[in-house]
Design a protein around this ligand. Structure first.
Ligand SMILES: *[C@@H]1O[C@H](CO)[C@@H](O)[C@H](O)[C@H]1NC(C)=O
Ligand SMILES: *[C@@H]1O[C@H](CO)[C@@H](O)[C@H](O)[C@H]1NC(C)=O
Length: 418
């Protein structure tokens, strides 16, 4: 009986299927092709160095600061980070530190960290006005919403302070009095290890190579933390007529749904008005070496003000990592982004750590001194690295490859463990 009912639906002739579906298939293929990013013919973002250097301690420094936002109860973790960067880098280069807190500093924090940081250390408090809800936000509604985000299990989204922090790092921190005098910053976070020696001045190299933004780890954003962010930025791009960079294309996972149905997908999270999706790949902003003048441009500040008015820093949990990454993809020349793939960096559970460069460890160097480090390996680019895992992590990730594609010819040799 059942067979009878099904049987009469005879197979449709192939020509009919192709005639109806063909244009849709063709359209989807063209659509995918539109978002593909061809590999450049040559390496556009090589590491600045691929072995240890004799630190050039007499070279002119850039106008730069090491910046850390910390809380009083993060004393040990902050001390760990500073101990690490002093040992691996700053004992040769002596850059100043700026410590930021949203509350008054404990004298004990200042005492310990001032001693651990051999460079000049400044301890500053973020002005209240930059660590609160912006004008025009219904504070009670925002607080209620933050509570609900927490209950939905979105990481950190239930903490009001975390929202203020994301907003602060997205838009206002470059304008603090204490940072105004600097052009470059290296963002530090409590609980970080630098696991290779950094024997050259990354600020000088960034300036020399005309870079504006440097990163170590790229990974996926938690999509439900910021479902409306990508749409907002993509809408802004369109409103302002900002041309599409290859890096912007690389952030898109083009939809396989044919036109015009694709447009209905725009209602889903992390999509633009045309139904294409953000890949969620972004630079992990707890490490950044960047030119603050990029963030101080009118183009960036206008974008931030627009995002701020959208309310997503509170009614969703827009992270500064995602905001910075999408803004970079939107507004920066992709050649101005640098992957510090020669740096060993660990924060929380994630790390990137290269293998050591063959013959590149300068064991006799007086200024570097003696020490221990992991074995050298073919294709290694690290300097005196000691990785926290059992072996150096030498495999790339889709997410990183996607973001590196516009700037690199080769597959990245080292990546985070994601
Ligand atoms: C801070 O780090 C230094 C090493 O750089 C160490 O001697 C000191 O005991 C640490 N202090 C605290 C409170 O962790
Ligand atoms: C840090 O220590 C130096 C010298 O040890 C001292 O002159 C300076 O005032 C201290 N800074 C702070 C902020 O306490």
């Amino acid at each position: 009986m059942l067979r009878r009912i099904i049987r009469p639906a005879r197979r449709l002739p192939l020509w009919l299927i192709l005639t109806v579906a063909g244009p849709f298939i063709f359209e989807v293929v063209v659509h995918q092709w539109h978002f593909s990013v061809p590999r450049p013919a040559s390496e556009l973002d090589a590491p600045f160095f691929t072995s240890c250097q004799e630190p050039d301690v007499s070279a002119k420094r850039e106008n730069a600061a090491l910046v850390m936002l910390a809380r009083n109860n993060e004393l040990e973790k902050a001390n760990r980070t500073v101990t690490s960067i002093e040992q691996q880098f700053n004992r040769w280069f002596n850059y100043p530190y700026v410590f930021l807190n949203d509350e008054q500093w404990d004298p004990s924090f200042i005492e310990v960290l001032n001693k651990t940081s051999r460079g000049l250390a400044t301890f500053d408090v973020v002005p209240r006005a930059q660590w609160t809800f912006p004008e025009g936000v219904d504070i009670n509604a925002a607080k209620q919403n933050i509570k609900e985000q927490g209950e939905r299990g979105i990481p950190h989204a239930g903490e009001e302070g975390y929202h203020h922090m994301c907003r602060f790092y997205s838009g206002k921190f470059y304008q603090l009095d204490v940072l105004k005098k600097y052009k470059w910053y290296w963002r530090l976070e409590p609980d970080v290890d630098f696991t290779c020696a950094i024997t050259y001045d990354p600020f000088v190299q960034m300036a020399r190579h005309k870079k504006v933004y440097g990163f170590t780890i790229a990974l996926w954003e938690v999509g439900k933390s910021c479902p409306g962010l990508y749409r907002s930025i993509a809408d802004w791009k369109e409103m302002m007529g900002i041309p599409t960079t290859s890096l912007w294309k690389a952030t898109v996972s083009a939809s396989w749904m044919p036109y015009p149905f694709r447009r209905f997908m725009s209602w889903l999270p992390n999509r633009d008005a045309y139904g294409d999706e953000w890949s969620l790949c972004h630079y992990w902003s707890n490490f950044e070496i960047a030119d603050m003048d990029f963030f101080r441009t009118k183009a960036y500040q206008d974008l931030f003000d627009y995002l701020d008015k959208k309310g997503g820093f509170y009614f969703e949990r827009w992270g500064d990592a995602a905001v910075h990454s999408l803004a970079i993809a939107l507004l920066a020349d992709p050649r101005k982004i640098h992957h510090f793939e020669d740096f060993g960096y660990r924060h929380a559970l994630l790390y990137q750590c290269p293998a050591n460069a063959p013959g590149g460890q300068l064991p006799e160097s007086e200024i570097l001194g003696s020490g221990t480090w992991a074995a050298e390996e073919d294709n290694g680019i690290g300097c005196r690295c000691e990785c926290p895992g059992p072996s150096p992590r030498n495999f790339g990730s889709y997410c990183l490859n996607k973001l590196k594609q516009p700037t690199t010819a080769k597959r990245p040799r080292f990546a985070s463990f994601l």
